[in-house]
Design a protein around this ligand. Sequence first.
Ligand code: ARG
Ligand code: ZN
Length: 877
Amino acid sequence: MKDSQPSTIYLKDYQVPPYLIDKTELTFDLDETTTVVTSRLHMRRNPEFGLSTTPLVLDSGVDVKLIALAIDDYTLPEEEYRLSENQLIISATPDVFILTCETLIEPQNNTRLEGLYRSSSMFCTQCEAEGFRHITFYLDRPDVMSIFTTTIIGDESRYPVMLSNGNEIERGKTDEGKTFVVWHDPFPKPAYLFALVAGDLEVKNDVFVTQSNKEVKLQIFTESHNLDKVDYAMEALKRSMRWDETAYGREYDLDIFMIVAVDDFNMGAMENKGLNIFNSSCLLASPKTTTDDSYLRVEAIVAHEYFHNWSGNRVTCRDWFQLSLKEGFTVFRDQSFSADMHSETVKRVEDVSFLRTAQFAEDAGPMAHPVRPASFIEISNFYTLTVYEKGSEIVRMIHTLLGAEKFRAGSDLYFERHDGQAVTCDDFVSAMEDASGVDLTHFKRWYSQSGTPVIEVTDEFDAASGVYRLTMTQHTPETAAQPVTLPLHIPVKMGLLDPNGQEISAYFNGQESQEHVLHLTAESQVFEFTGVTTQPVPSLFRSFSAPIKLRYDYSSEDLLLLMSSDSDGFNRWSAAQQLAVNELTVLINQAIAKQALSIDSQLVKGFKNLLENKELDPAMVALILALPSQAYLSELAETIYPAAIKEARGFFKKLIAKELEEDFGRLYREHHLEGEYSPQAKDIAHRSLKNMALSYWLETDSELAHQTVKTQFESANNMTDQFAALSSAVHSQHEDAENMLASFYEQWQHEPLVVIKWLMLSANQEAADALSRVKGLMEHEAFDLKNPNKVRSVLGGFGQNVSGFHHEDGSGYAFLADQIIVLNKLNPQIASRLCTPLTRWKKLQPELGQKMKGQLERILKEDLSKDVYEVISKCLA
Ligand code: ARG
Ligand code: ZN
């Protein structure tokens, strides 16, 4: 442990910056050993700050070496500034001046992948949130916005492509015969949006004509062997640009928009102004190497980063506590876009399923925080499901409360009012209120309170008077950082079904309708409906109108009714999930008690009906057939028994498979597509149902099923089908699984994006010797500890491996802890992410939980980065 622990930063301490930087001129002299960065910062004291004697404090990283420092033409001697581990302090400055600073950095030794670093043969950057300080001394905070001009000097034979934000304005040769290129970005921006790329890259060109008839040059850059995989991203980009014009009235603002794919990247992608940088796994796509899921992900992330041009860049965040201002809103925008491009219900189910599994778990664990956190130690730890996904749910609720038209008026006002500014979540809400006249004062508590609200609902029906009453009670559980919780403003979209599954038109507040939006604002409230003639089944929180946990005592018959008849597609899925959870819970408890598993399943009956209905969207049928995941069942459990959950799921899947064996065989044949691959929604739907059917069918003894999976694996013309066959074979412990895994690697070893899928599946494979297999993977030629995608695949995949990770002797936990300790030095952001499975220790069955805790204590004794320290110390608090 270090002698002094990293300090906590609080939102309540926010102050405007004492200095401003109107213009930033940067020169990079790129080199394989040392890169020289020269900055000329046009600075002045901020009149809003008041005090005119405050010293100038610039942020810096330990990896930046200062060579020379000058104010205007005066070179500062050493006694006139102070340099510490993360700051450069100059005690006296004029009111207006130019600060010139020469620094040395070593991108080739930058394994943190923050700031300027090398990825294969290229240079690239990642500056959000606080990466720019690893490039040079700066006011590295989002409310300091500056106009950037960037000169890049490099050897043209190695770096024929040299890019930065904005437009290229000049190009030439230096005296030493190197090439220089000058880029100018006319839009003021914070340093986190700065980007630079240099390398031997190929480009795909295209053009987009905006709604006001402006031509925008579009360019996607990759290494030459990947140029054949960018067409889909380019089309997705054009669809995003068009959609943002129609849905939000937002037009692109520069003459050029560039995207670059890099192999080594901590996150998914980054919205740098005019120069987005992507993890290649989120950009490249081709039928033979990319699954349907990945196609949809590429489209969504291209859209997400593009949409940031307005929600993030033109209007940015005042401070990092406001991160959800741009991320929550932009996720909401990309989700709406994907819903418009494909199926709204399918998209909603997928998003909610993810939220309920992963965000709910975060909200119940030691890292729980509000969508607008009140404090942090390391901001990188707050690029979370809460800030992104729950943040998006908040925006979605505002959309529900205002209605589409007023919401659009609100977003228009927000963009117009705050263009060019760095603002807060409160500013966003105010614009929504001002444009709509809707009071969101109480609603705003969603931003400051963490935890997932639990809504208990009871009902009573009086046949004589035709009155139906719903009583709703809300409670948000306390979280680590928040001892007291208060009621929230919760929109409840709902309807009522009669016993035949028909929608009931009932009166609420004098309004007759089949669907209502109730406002639950108090701790407990009664909602009264009149004109109801039979005992209804309530369909609550349609389309998941709020991120809550619903407790209503549905019978299995109620759930079967909702599953087959609800007009809300989301709730049909949700009812099936609930029924599956109920039955799985019985089985899990039997497994915990070491009893023989048995159940008279009602869900099977629901599935039988479902499979006979030919009207339904095959994608929805596939989603309904998907059993609640190990992770979701763990989230729901009071105490997690990983092996019991696994056993119950396995048993249940086999039971359903046997009961419906013929249906699954038939579905497989009916949904098998011939012909060329296309990632369009209709085809994706058929493939998803076919492959879901196959995964059940394989759980039976059918010889034909076992043959089919091998045939599909060998003859598929696309990765979706090939990988689905492989995964099903692996997860069903098919006798040929090992051979199939080996031949898959053989076939795809030269495609890194396929190799990461192989690594993930291999690490995930349940087996008695899972741990030694994972150790083998880390020795494999395909593995590289410096590549985040590979680390995520192997160690992330292992974290989901019940028999390996949760081995009763604790060896899985010790192994992950060892890797975290190594990565803590190499790449703190990645190390910190890998801690996630360890954050659940308090909920684990006690024997396992104690072993996990022991590993957390061992990690805490190390010399930790802020990133890892924050997570581990909060786990043990
Ligand atoms: N703004 C990027 C996105 O959401 C993510 C950047 C993540 N950076 C980080 N240091 N965690 O599109
Ligand atoms: Zn984002």
